[in-house]
Structure formats: structure tokens, C-alpha cells
Design a protein around this ligand. Structure first.
Ligand SMILES: [Zn+2]
Length: 729
């Protein structure tokens, strides 16, 4: 279900000041990481790259102040992956200040993986002259002041051999450092020009650097080859002697054409791609396209009608493409006859998704959706979005999961990516994946009702609590991790609850329009759009959910005539619009609205002496720690695990298994569970595995010993599950 857009370095949170740097008198060098100095910028660059290929973490840390690029080197050393130093160049310098281009490779056997592995490492670094010498201050974003404003590509594809690409890119070069873009390490460039002129260039460490002069509008033209690593397929009957693969692909994440980064706002633009390949093959450009066949050659012309950036090429000899109109959206399937879903069955599934999402949020953008069976992904279902295509492996058999395995709505998730594919900045993954995960809830509610939707939010909460709480924040972790799906979706959910559908939908439409216009569309722009829709500034409400590693821990108690509400988590106070439910001794419940913006607040009550219980946010509008629940007793007859000695429970309330104890003819586990819904499975002699060992209790266990637990808020718990902060790497 992940968008194939990897996310780039947190480098994007830095900004490069001016293109003509101020003359800086260097402050004293930092004392730890990055403290090492060298007599010249070039010798500093050499020291940096020597550190990268060496095996001393301390030696490298001493020259590199950037935690993300240090992590690249550390991970490679820990995994014993070979490294090589590539580009070392002082691209700009004055008396006290220099910009270095430093790139390296972590060897991975193919140029696409290699470009991705070093995307937090290879790039521009700033160096200053201090006392006693030059030292590196920080990594600079690769896209500072530079733009890729669209491209026209001509591709000759020989399946199983290579592609030859003629690429013309409209560029803006705003700095004196030249232009640097990320590109597959295996690319072989045969010709490169800027506005028709030969210029110096270098490719290495996943970065193509071009000595392009500072210019408002320029054209970069490149001619290059890239080998096709697709192999002849054994599972597809081929004619005797046929050595060509039946299918293959150049994925967007293979970095097969130039781009800046997975969360850059500077490489969005129109794209046109013309591909020639043997007529017996079909191909998707992941863009709206049409094909013609003449003289044994198929010509496919894909053309964007919406700003785009990274494209894919996926081809297959056995596809039978079908195109129809679904509610004004062109729907094209690229699937083989063996694919589980026919075109018509997918079109039928698409209709309600388009209807519900369109009614609320407009779109999709553009009105084109391809469903692609990408056999190179193996026997898997719908799992990824690439530009205007939802991509499945060869074994899609479910589009919706309810019951123990669910709820989830994978087709709705992949379709809904259309609305926020062009999100930018350090929260780009949250804006893509949190959105798509939220959109699943919209569809689950529309088609299966509120109870299923509620189960879904519980499931996401459990995943968040076990996987991310007290470990990572959204802004601190720009790569595509679980927090963007779980807490990310909850952020959209909380906005929706706070604003109501009408205002929320207006806010989403404003935010999505920015993407249609090719503008920056980061989390700040989302908050601005939501604030416009709400007619008040929602910054203080929204920001802590992006910056903090924990969710609020709100306590409420009645003392005399006072209701005291406090937030006790170890962060600055969140801005919390709370509903407090007071259970009255004489029966009934009264609700008080409290906006808690400080550590603690007091509300005077009229009839406090009759309050018997206080529930904070009982309808779960917010993602909070929960303090009410039940002690749940689960039992398994010993006959079901006769002779076994190791019986335990695994479930999405705890990362590790919880051992059962023998009580007569039963195995018993008693768990303090907070209000919600949990999926569990009895674990007998280690099977199924616990979550911390990579298991999934909802899908891995024997169906007769797997179940779901509904937990109601019947008693206050001091140590309820799931708890965050239990999984420290
Ligand atoms: Zn996704």
C-alpha cells in the first residue's frame, strides 16, 4: 500500500540562504561530530570521502556534522556493505566559505538501489574556514534554488536488454554551484548539453552534477543508456529459444531519469514520454497515454495533464489492455488473462470509490486511472501507486478486508493517492500515506457503516501505539515509515472531526488545488488550508502532532466542585479541544467542552458532588492515551494445546507474546486492555510469531484460535495496554 515515493533526507528542512553567500567569519568549529578540520576545502573533501570508505565510525563522524548522512555510513559499515568514493569537487569557494559536492556509493549490485541508499549522503556540503582550518558545517539540500520544470523524453526499449533515453529537461539554475540531480548509478551518458553547449559533468554516487551556469531558463538535453535487468521468465511459457523476458519494468524508485528527491517541491512539472518497443509488448508510462503500432513497433505516447515528476515504465507481452469510462474517469487495465480481477469487476469496484471521494474532495486528478498487474513484483496484491497507476503484483485477490484481517480497503487507498501525490517537504510521506489511509476510512464508512470505520481507527491506533509512540515523530522521520500511515491518518481524522465534513472538505480541496498548480504543498500549507476552512488559525492545534514523539496523556478528576484537567506527557502542552463526560450519581451523563492549552486547567462544576466517573474524549475524536478499559480474561482448553508447554497470546496490544498460565483444564491469560478493538491469536510453541518478531496476529494464526476482542470503558486502568515506548531499537 505504500506509495513508491521514497522520501528524501530531512535535508529539505534546511534552507540555503542566499545564492551569493555572506562572507562568514567562522565560529569555533563544533567540538564533536564535524569538528575535524583540514587546510583546504579540497583536502577537507578528501578527508570526508576517505572517512566514508573507511571503517572507523568515529573518524567519519569527526568530519561529518549531518546525522542523516552519518547514518548512511554507519548502516553500511554495520551491514558490511562495500563503499566507494565518487565525486569530490569544490563547486564554489571564496576566502572563508566553500560548497563541496561529495558523493559516494554503497555497493548494492544495481544502480537504482545504490542511488537510493546514498540519497541522504551524496550531495552538497557547506564548509567554512575557522581556526585552525576548514570544517564542514552542514549538508545543503540538493534542490536549493534549482528547478526541473518539466521534461520531454524519447525512449527506445529493447526488453531484457536496455533503454536508450533522449531527455530534454527545462531547468532553472539559481546558484553558482551547478545543477545536481539524483540518477541511477548504472546510467551511461553519451551526450549532455545545456542550451546546446557542451558542459562538464560527472555521474557517481547516485548524483549527476552538471556545470550549468546560473540561468533563469535553460534546457538540459541528455542521451543515455540504462540496462534492463528484467530476466526471461520461467513461469511464462516462451517459444523455444525465446530469450526475451515476457515482462519487465523501470520503476519510479529506480531513479532511471533525473529528479531531485522524493519530497522536493522543485522538480514538479509537465512530462511527455514517447516510447518505442516491439509491437508484441504492451507498456504503461503511468501517465494518460495512447499507442499505435506500425512496422512491428509499438509507439506509446504518455502525456501528463497534471504536474508530475518521477515516472515508471512497465511492460508485459501478455497483457490485454482494456479502457472504459467510469463516471467521467478514463479507467484502463493492464492485466494478463490470469489476473484475478477482470476489467469490468475492477471498474465496478472503482465506481463507488470515485463517487464518494469525488463528492467530498473533487478529483481525481487527473481523470485517468490505470490498474496495472506488474508481474515483476511477484505474487502480491495491490500495493503501490505510481503516478496515475495503481499497481498490483500478480496475485491480487482482495480489495477490501473486513473481520479479523481487517478492516482495510486497499483499492480505495491506492486510488485516493491521486489527491496528494504531489505533497512536498519533510512531511510529504504523511501527506501522501496519511491521506490515503484516511481515505480508506471514508470509504469503509460509506460502504460498511460506522462500526467498521470505528474498528479501523482502533486498528490504526493499535499500530501507532506499538510501532511509533515515544519513538518517532512525523517531522523527525521523513522516510516512509509506519508513523505516517497511523498517526498521519489520525491527523486528517482529527481535522475532520474538529471541522466537520463541510469545512474539512473545503480545506482539502484548497490544499489539493496547490498540487494541481504545481505549488509547494507541505504540512504548513495543509494547516493553512484547514485554518482558512475553519476561519481560525489551527497552527497551535496541529503542530504538536507533527513535531512530538508522543500523543497527549490527559488526566481529569473532580475535587469538590472543581474539575481539574491536565496533560502530563513530557512535551510542551498540546492545544486540545476536549469533550469531558461526567457520569452523575443519580444517572445520566453531562458533557463539558474544555479547550486545554496549558499543562492544567480547572473548570467549576455546578453539581460536582454527584460525579462518579470522568471520561476524557469518550468518543475518541483525538489520538490520546486511553485510561479506561477492562481486564479481559482469555481461555484456551488444554485439549487444544495438549502436551505443549509453551502457550501464550499474541495480539495488537503488545509487541511481545504474553505467556498463559495453566488453570485446571484451561490455559488462561488476563490482560488489562484499554477501550478499543484488538486482534489476538493463541501462540503455541512460538507459532504464530509475536509482532516484535515480525508476525501479524490477525493473519498468521490458526483461524480457530484467532479472534477479536471488543473492550469497553468499564473500569479505570493504571497500566492498560497497548503502551507506547516499549519498542526501543
Ligand atoms: Zn499508500
Amino acid at each position: 500500500m505504500r506509495s513508491a515515493r521514497w522520501t528524501a533526507a530531512a535535508a529539505a528542512v534546511f534552507t540555503l540562504g542566499a545564492c551569493s553567500p555572506r562572507v562568514l567569519v567562522g565560529p569555533p568549529p563544533p567540538v564533536r561530530a564535524g569538528a575535524a578540520t583540514a587546510p583546504t576545502p579540497d583536502s577537507l573533501a578528501a578527508q570526508f570521502l576517505n572517512g566514508f570508505i573507511g571503517n572507523s565510525l568515529a573518524a567519519f563522524d569527526s568530519v561529518d556534522p549531518d546525522s542523516l548522512s552519518r547514518a548512511v555510513m554507519h548502516a553500511a559499515v554495520q551491514r558490511k556493505m562495500a563503499r566507494e568514493a565518487n565525486t569530490r569537487r569544490v563547486v564554489w569557494q571564496n576566502a572563508h566559505h566553500a560548497v563541496l559536492l561529495l558523493t559516494g556509493t554503497v555497493k548494492a549490485g544495481n544502480g537504482g538501489d545504490e542511488a537510493n541508499l546514498v540519497r541522504h549522503f551524496s550531495g552538497f556540503y557547506e564548509a567554512l574556514q575557522g581556526t585552525p582550518g576548514w570544517y564542514i558545517t552542514r549538508q545543503l539540500p540538493i534542490d536549493s534554488l534549482d528547478y526541473l520544470h518539466g521534461q520531454v523524453m524519447h525512449v527506445e526499449l529493447v526488453p531484457g536488454r536496455d533503454i536508450h533515453v533522449e531527455d530534454t529537461i527545462s531547468i532553472v539554475v539559481g546558484s553558482d554551484y551547478g545543477l545536481a540531480v539524483r540518477l541511477n548509478n548504472d546510467v551511461r551518458i553519451t551526450r549532455l548539453r545545456v542550451d546546446g553547449d557542451s558542459v562538464a559533468w560527472s555521474l557517481g554516487g547516485g548524483v549527476l552534477w552538471v556545470a550549468a551556469p546560473k540561468r533563469d531558463h535553460a534546457q538540459l538535453t541528455m542521451s543515455y543508456w540504462l540496462r534492463d535487468s528484467s530476466r526471461p521468465s520461467h513461469e511464462v511459457a516462451a517459444a523455444p529459444g525465446d530469450s526475451t523476458p515476457a515482462y519487465g519494468e523501470f520503476h519510479n524508485t529506480d531513479a532511471w531519469h533525473p529528479f531531485f528527491d522524493y519530497n522536493s517541491a522543485n522538480d514538479l512539472g509537465p512530462a511527455t514520454m514517447t516510447v518505442h518497443l516491439p509491437a508484441e509488448y504492451y507498456l504503461t508510462t503511468t501517465l494518460p497515454q495512447h499507442d499505435t503500432v506500425a512496422g512491428g513497433v509499438r509507439t506509446v505516447i504518455g502525456q501528463s495533464s497534471y504536474p508530475t515528476w518521477l515516472l515508471s515504465l512497465i511492460y508485459d507481452r501478455d497483457w490485454r489492455p482494456v479502457s472504459t469510462d467510469v463516471r467521467g474517469v478514463q479507467f484502463v487495465t493492464f492485466t494478463t488473462p490470469a489476473f484475478h480481477f477482470s476489467h469490468d469487476s475492477l471498474a465496478k469496484e472503482l465506481r463507488p470509490i470515485d463517487s464518494v471521494l469525488n463528492a467530498r474532495f473533487g478529483g481525481p486528478y487527473p481523470p485517468y486511472i490505470a490498474a496495472v498487474e506488474d508481474r515483476g513484483l511477484g505474487p502480491r496484491g495491490f500495493m503501490v501507486r505510481m503516478t496515475d497507476a495503481v499497481i498490483s503484483g500478480s496475485k491480487a485477490d482482495v480489495l477490501v478486508e473486513l473481520g479479523i484481517r481487517g478492516p482495510s480497503f486497499v483499492l480505495a487507498h491506492e486510488v485516493s493517492h491521486a489527491w496528494t501525490m504531489n505533497a512536498t517537504g519533510p512531511a510529504a510521506n504523511m501527506l501522501r500515506e496519511g491521506w490515503a489511509t484516511f481515505a480508506e476510512s471514508v470509504m469503509l464508512r460509506a460502504m460498511y457503516g460506522q462500526a467498521v470505520e470505528q474498528d479501523y481507527w482502533n486498528r490504526l491506533r493499535n499500530g501507532y501505539m506499538l510501532g511509533s509512540e515515544d519513538r518517532i515523530s512525523i517531522l523527525g522521520n521523513p522516510d516512509n515509515g509506519g508513523v505516517h500511515y497511523s498517526k498521519g491518518a489520525w491527523i486528517f481524522h482529527m481535522f475532520n472531526d474538529l471541522l466537520g465534513d463541510s469545512a474539512f472538505d473545503r480545506g482539502i480541496r484548497e490544499y489539493v488545488q496547490r498540487q494541481a498548480d504545481g505549488k509547494t504543498a507541505g504540512y504548513q500549507e495543509l494547516i493553512t488550508a484547514m485554518s482558512h476552512a475553519a476561519k481560525r488559525d489551527l497552527t497551535s492545534f496541529a503542530m504538536p502532532w507533527f513535531t512530538e514523539k508522543v500523543v497527549p496523556d490527559v488526566r481529569a478528576e473532580v475535587s469538590g466542585r472543581r474539575l481539574v484537567v491536565s496533560q502530563v506527557q513530557a512535551t510542551p502542552p498540546f492545544d486540545l479541544p476536549l469533550d469531558i463526560a461526567l457520569t452523575m450519581a443519580e444517572g445520566g451523563t453531562i458533557h463539558r467542552r474544555v479547550r486545554l492549552t496549558t499543562r492544567a486547567d480547572t473548570v467549576l462544576l455546578g453539581r460536582s458532588d454527584s460525579v462518579t466517573a470522568v471520561h476524557v474524549d469518550p468518543a475518541h475524536h483525538l489520538l490520546l492515551q486511553r485510561h479506561w478499559g477492562q481486564h479481559v480474561r482469555l481461555e484456551l482448553p488444554v485439549s487444544r494445546a495438549a502436551g505443549d508447554t509453551a502457550v501464550a497470546i499474541v495480539g495488537d496490544f503488545t509487541l511481545d507474546s504474553v505467556p498463559a498460565t495453566r488453570d485446571g483444564d484451561k490455559w488462561v491469560v488476563t490482560l488489562p486492555l484499554t477501550e478499543g478493538r484488538y486482534v489476538y491469536s493463541w501462540q503455541i510453541n512460538g507459532k504464530p510469531r509475536s509482532i516484535i518478531k515480525g508476525g501479524n496476529p490477525g493473519t498468521d494464526g490458526d483461524s480457530t484460535t484467532t479472534g477479536a476482542i471488543e473492550v469497553r470503558p468499564l473500569e479505570p486502568l493504571t497500566d492498560g495496554l497497548p503502551k507506547g515506548g516499549t519498542f526501543h531499537q
